[in-house]
Design a binder for this molecule. Structure first.
Ligand SMILES: Nc1ncnc2c1ncn2[C@@H]1O[C@H](COP(=O)(O)OP(=O)(O)O)[C@@H](O)[C@H]1O
Ligand SMILES: [Mg+2]
Length: 379
């Protein structure tokens, strides 16, 4: 017998993250409520069952654009349009979506915004860790009720995935490959049969139309708990690349830093762009093992030096500049952050960093201040 699960997803008016309230980090559907409403109002394309928007509007929400009435939709994801189109259209099929990539390539970010645009709810989330139990994916029990009244629907605690199935929404699983293989495999029935049996009650939850699942996994974790081929077949895999050009990466970093800075009430740094460009250049050169001009080989340190890390280095720099400097982002404000990101392995990475500093940074035109600032924090 199918069992109904009461809609228990977070009521946006009560989770403290509705627009205008003080949530430190509002959910995407609240942070972008105005854009989503404008898209919904002007979207006359067909919507799959229970989707808040058409696939076209979901892609526009992610990639940004201008609506017929002039409303500007800010880009959330900066990267190849095709990637977003494949991801969105996958969600309209019976296959789930797996976002794969090295750390910091916006997998979590894209997953959250996709769920917000498709279902209006990005909170049905399972965080994958080595300790994720089956209950986190299927259901658990409220033991007080279970002991008092025996197994019943009242005593059952649905997982986010179960709620998404019952309500036809998008579920999210973060870091899928960190979850032990036998727990991962509970997803196979859910994704292939689209139902979740509850043997204790002789019942099942059948997924209603509109249900789908987005999982993220790190390239670097490959081999930790590799996906079984049975599970992998239930997913369409989309690989999120590192930003192709330095300009694209600078754009991503400035956009995010600006948003984060506003949410933290940091003063905006009008001249910060030079420093952002510098952080991105350093990260890219160390990551690629080659200088921008293609002339000098450099060694890569062990850290990932992702776009996400560049974002936090610059944000920290802005906080330093705002609170201890003159409000303008300067080399000294980012030097310590860069060093912290580079020196993951204190011994080996320090040698690599010193060499980069002396052979590349020191010789570069206009980088004297930055060189000095790095020297100061490097000793
Ligand atoms: N291509 C991109 N477009 C937009 N934002 C990006 C991009 N790459 C990285 N970011 C930013 O990097 C940050 C971290 O991304 P995240 O989703 O946590 O990475 P991952 O889950 O892949 O490790 C996010 O704030 C996101 O805005
Ligand atoms: Mg992530």
């Amino acid at each position: 017998m199918p069992v109904s699960v009461a809609p228990t997803s977070v009521d946006p008016s009560r989770d403290g993250s509705a627009p205008g309230t003080e949530a430190l980090r509002p959910h995407a559907e609240n942070a972008s409520a105005a854009e989503l409403a404008a898209l919904a109002a002007q979207d006359d394309r067909p919507r799959p069952p229970r989707w808040k928007l058409s696939p076209w509007a979901v892609a526009t929400y992610l990639l940004g654009g201008t609506l017929p009435d002039g409303t500007e939709i800010s880009p959330k994801y900066v990267g190849p349009r095709r990637i977003v189109e494949v991801a969105v259209s996958t969600l309209a099929t019976d296959r789930a979506l797996l976002l794969l990539g090295v750390p910091g390539t916006a997998k979590t970010w894209v997953s959250e915004h996709l769920a917000a645009a498709v279902s209006g709810d990005s909170t049905l989330l399972v965080q994958g860790t080595a300790g994720t139990p089956e209950e986190a994916i299927r259901y658990g029990w409220n033991y007080a009720r279970l002991l008092a009244h025996g197994p019943s629907r009242d005593a059952l605690v649905p997982s986010p995935v179960m709620r998404a199935m019952a309500e036809g929404l998008t579920a999210r699983v973060e870091e899928l490959t960190r979850i032990p293989a036998d727990v991962q495999d509970t997803l196979i029935t859910i994704l292939s049969e689209k139902n979740l049996p509850i043997p204790e009650l002789g019942q099942e939850v059948q997924a209603v139309r509109g249900f789908n699942l987005i999982a993220t996994a790190n390239d670097r974790d490959r081999g930790v708990n590799d996906l079984s081929s049975a599970l992998r077949r239930r997913f369409n895999t989309v690989v999120l690349p590192l930003p192709e050009t330095a300009e694209a990466e600078v754009e991503i970093v400035s956009r995010r830093v600006d948003q984060i800075g506003r949410s933290l009430d940091l003063p905006t740094a009008p001249d910060g762009i030079d420093e952002i460009r510098r952080v991105v250049t350093v990260f890219r050169e160390l990551r690629d093992g080659l200088t921008d001009d293609g002339r000098t080989k450099v060694k890569s340190p062990s850290g990932t030096l992702s776009t996400a890390e560049a974002i936090s280095v610059v944000t920290n720099g802005l906080a330093l500049a705002a609170h201890f400097g003159d409000g303008v982002l300067r080399p000294a404000d980012v030097a310590a952050g860069i060093l912290g990101a580079v020196l993951r392995d204190p011994a080996a990475d320090r040698v690599i960093w010193q060499e980069y500093l002396e052979t590349v940074v020191r010789e570069r035109d206009g980088w004297k201040d930055f060189y000095r600032a790095c020297r100061e924090v490097s000793v």
